[in-house]
Design a protein around this ligand. Structure first.
Ligand SMILES: Cc1cc2nc3c(=O)[nH]c(=O)nc-3n(C[C@H](O)[C@H](O)[C@H](O)COP(=O)(O)OP(=O)(O)OC[C@H]3O[C@@H](n4cnc5c(N)ncnc54)[C@H](O)[C@@H]3O)c2cc1C
Length: 333
């Protein structure tokens, strides 16, 4: 601790009492700290700690969402390289590597489509934060606040999902440490937990982020619909799918607003994922409109992944009653 002259003085009493043994991120030590008898200093004004903590958390949430996207990207690049090299069976296209098998191609294509969607959502969130900071405009602030839990949860869910696909593409070698495929999965797993679990992100979305009566959400859904209308001449089938999914999301948001808070919470995670799929599909469509070379990937997102939004929305509307009908004893089996 600094002495009166600001020089290093007596040692403060806080100390590390153990190092945690973790599933992943072994390059980042996590410690149990003991603060008994330690001296602390108040940072900032009294009673302003919670607000300061949320400023830090909102930045960290987008950062962790981007961490999920980065892990997904690395895992996918490794999986594609393996799929090009690994020869197994006769492929339909006569391509030697397993990448020539339709099932392997499906895994890689769906993973690439979700990585694009998650990255685009993180970028949209970053743009909203920058615009809010630059302009002080309440609309941008509301957009940033709405997108933060979506960018965090969808980015990190995509990290775990794509790292899992990466292991699967490697087959048995995915389970063997030598390839490095499993490390991405272990490292990605914490991202859905820290900086607020993805369950808490989803509850934030359906609670605080819809507390404006859904204004920010409806405005964003309206923009997805406008984007879909703009694509109607060039990519008619894809535009129609995105437009009708956005309409379903609008109705799901109205239904969410009509529910009691605990019923909202019971459907929060599927609602957040449905929102991310519709938004991600809208961003894919926008990219395909700007660059026709992106249309094939947009097609995978919109035709193969977006349809899940309908089932997710059904789950988001179901309320909490059926869940509480199962007692802890029944759940324990
Ligand atoms: C490796 C690692 C590094 C970390 N680094 C930091 C750090 O640098 N700084 C820091 O401050 N923290 C850090 N954490 C803590 C981390 O942010 C928390 O572990 C995380 O937010 C979850 O909180 P919890 O562990 O208390 O879980 P709990 O709150 O006990 O949650 C357990 C489960 O219950 C659910 N749950 C809890 N409350 C509710 C509720 N009200 N409604 C519905 N569901 C609920 C959760 O979603 C979760 O599924 C770190 C954790 C780890 C493992």
């Amino acid at each position: 601790m600094p002495d009166a002259a600001g020089n290093p003085g007596a040692r403060n009493k806080l100390k590390v009492v153990s190092l945690e043994h973790k599933l992943g991120i072994h390059g980042s030590p996590t410690c149990v700290m003991q603060f008994d008898g330690a001296t602390g200093w108040l940072v900032g004004e009294p009673h302003k700690g919670m607000a300061a903590m949320f400023t830090m958390m909102n930045n960290a949430r987008l950062g962790v969402g981007a961490q999920g996207v980065g892990l997904a990207e690395a895992a996918l690049q490794k999986a594609v390289a393996f799929a090009v090299d690994r020869v197994q069976g006769v492929t339909a296209e006569g391509v030697p590597g397993i990448i020539g098998h339709a099932e392997v191609r499906r895994m890689l294509a769906e993973a690439r489509a979700e990585v694009f969607a998650a990255r685009a959502i993180a970028a949209a969130c970053a743009v909203a934060i920058d615009m809010a900071n630059a302009t002080g405009d309440a609309g941008w602030e509301a957009r940033a606040a709405l997108l933060t839990p979506i960018a965090k949860a969808y980015g990190t869910d995509t990290g775990c999902k794509v790292a899992d696909i990466g292991v699967q593409v490697h087959g048995g070698m995915g389970f063997i440490e030598e390839t490095g495929a499993a490390q991405y999965l272990r490292d990605a797993r914490i991202t859905t937990i820290y900086e607020g679990t993805n369950g808490i992100q989803a509850m934030d979305l359906v609670g605080r982020k819809l507390a404006d009566g859904g204004e920010a959400a409806f405005r964003l859904i309206g923009e997805i619909e406008t984007g879909a209308k703009a694509a109607r001449d060039t990519l008619p089938d894809l535009a129609e799918e995105v437009w009708s999914a956005a309409e379903s999301l609008r109705e799901a948001t109205e239904a969410m607003l009509a529910q009691a808070m605990n019923d909202r919470f019971a459907g929060a995670v599927p609602y957040l994922r449905a929102f991310a799929l519709v938004l991600g599909a809208g961003l894919h469509l926008k990219a395909a409109l700007a660059d026709p070379a992106r249309a094939a990937l947009a097609r995978v997102m919109i035709r193969r992944l977006l349809p899940d939004h309908a089932a997710l929305i059904a789950r988001s509307r179901d309320g909490a009653g059926d869940l509480y009908a199962l007692s802890p004893e029944v759940l324990a089996g």
